[in-house]
Design a protein around this ligand. Structure first.
Ligand code: MN
Ligand code: MN
Length: 364
């Protein structure tokens, strides 16, 4: 036992000290409002953790009988988690607006509350199809700066590349609830001490291990994969006698937060690739509140986050709920997959290419 509830750094202290330190360094200031914003996000996650932790006792499992903007069936907990996120964050005066997976248009801060300089984007409950079987779910969030002079942001104001994020993170509601976040100073993990109701720093300065023998992909879609992904997976499956010269294990939880957490803890690579079913829909995950915040954490932890051919954080968003393909994890593995995409694309000119459609901010 190395954890001591009396000496562990609570997240409030960690963030205030980080703010103090950055304010002492020239040109790296951080406002108390920004720190307060993160505190509200953490409170929203604690509220959701409390609700989810009750399971069937809260009478909140099962379908809500509604569909979200993407036409997916919502769970009751999707709806409740969204309400908790919105109402815990709307009042503070630090936000100019919010975008949620659950709402088609940006959420306008109600008239009675002041507006602030930040935008909050979130997936209030990620992996919710797992909730009824008691598998880890999470919340994902991303903080952007609201464009100068804008007090009533429109969808356009949220369409910023992932590289513009000032903070990103997730909460994972597993056997333990954790909050993992980055404000551009590396990635830190905090574990919820339920008895004192506070997150404590338990996983400082997370780094993704460079070498890995684990990959995660939904193999039931293999018949739709592009040649680059097929080659990568085939080479892993060939094991010790194949080109990689070692055996791999496969993982698939079907929960982005849970896959990300495993990769941050012990390495590996996860693929939500574009496939041939819907050439106009590049992938399954949403760029602004799933791939971008996770990509930011992965890069801050020394890994790589890619759309398949190039950095996810440089993809220029076209719409609020835009979907993307997403490959992330150990840097060398993701670079290998990007290389395979380049190698095989010259034979795949009938597949709409991202570069050709100008999805990247800089790309031919
Ligand atoms: Mn999600
Ligand atoms: Mn969700």
């Amino acid at each position: 036992m190395t954890y001591d509830a009396f000496t562990a750094t609570p997240i409030t202290r960690f963030l205030v000290e980080e703010q103090r330190r950055l304010n002492q360094e020239a040109g790296a200031g951080r406002s108390a409002g920004f720190t307060a914003l993160i505190h509200d996000v953490r409170l929203a996650c604690k509220r959701i953790a409390a609700l989810i932790g009750k399971g069937a006792l809260a009478n909140a499992l099962g379908d809500a009988g509604t569909t979200n903007v993407q036409g997916e069936r919502q769970k009751k907990l999707d709806v409740l988690a969204n309400e908790l996120f919105v109402h815990t964050n709307e009042w503070s005066g630090n936000l100019a607006g919010m975008v949620s997976e659950a709402q088609e248009s940006p959420y306008a801060i109600p008239e009675q509350y002041p507006r602030g300089p930040y935008l909050l984007l979130f997936d209030p409950l990620d992996g919710s199809s797992n909730i009824d079987v008691n598998v880890s779910v999470g919340s994902i969030f991303s903080v952007l700066r609201c464009p100068e002079g804008v007090t009533a942001p429109t969808a356009e104001d949220f369409l910023q590349p992932g590289s513009a994020q000032v903070c990103a993170g997730y909460a994972i509601y597993g056997p333990a609830t954790m909050l993992v976040l980055s404000t551009g100073q590396g990635v830190n993990g905090f574990t919820l001490d339920r008895e004192i109701g506070e997150f404590s720093l338990t996983h400082p300065a997370l780094r993704i291990p460079e070498s890995t023998s684990e990959f995660a992909i939904n193999a039931s879609n293999s018949r739709h994969w592009e040649p680059a992904i097929r080659r990568y997976v085939d080479e892993c499956l060939a094991g010790q006698s194949g080109p990689r010269g070692r055996d791999f294990s496969m993982r698939w939880i079907a929960s982005l937060v849970a896959e990300t957490h495993r990769i941050l803890m012990r390495g590996g690579v996860c693929m939500y690739p574009r496939d041939r079913r819907e050439p106009t829909e590049p992938g399954r995950l949403r760029l602004l509140y799933e791939a971008n915040p996770i990509g930011y954490l992965i890069e801050q932890a020394g890994g790589r986050a890619s759309e398949g051919q190039g950095p996810i954080l440089e993809v220029k968003p076209q719409s609020l709920h835009q979907r993307v393909s997403f490959v992330f994890g150990a840097r060398s593995e993701v670079e290998r997959i990007e290389r395979y995409h380049r190698d095989h694309n010259e034979f795949e000119l009938d597949v709409p290419l991202f570069g050709a459609r100008g999805l990247f901010t800089h790309n031919a």
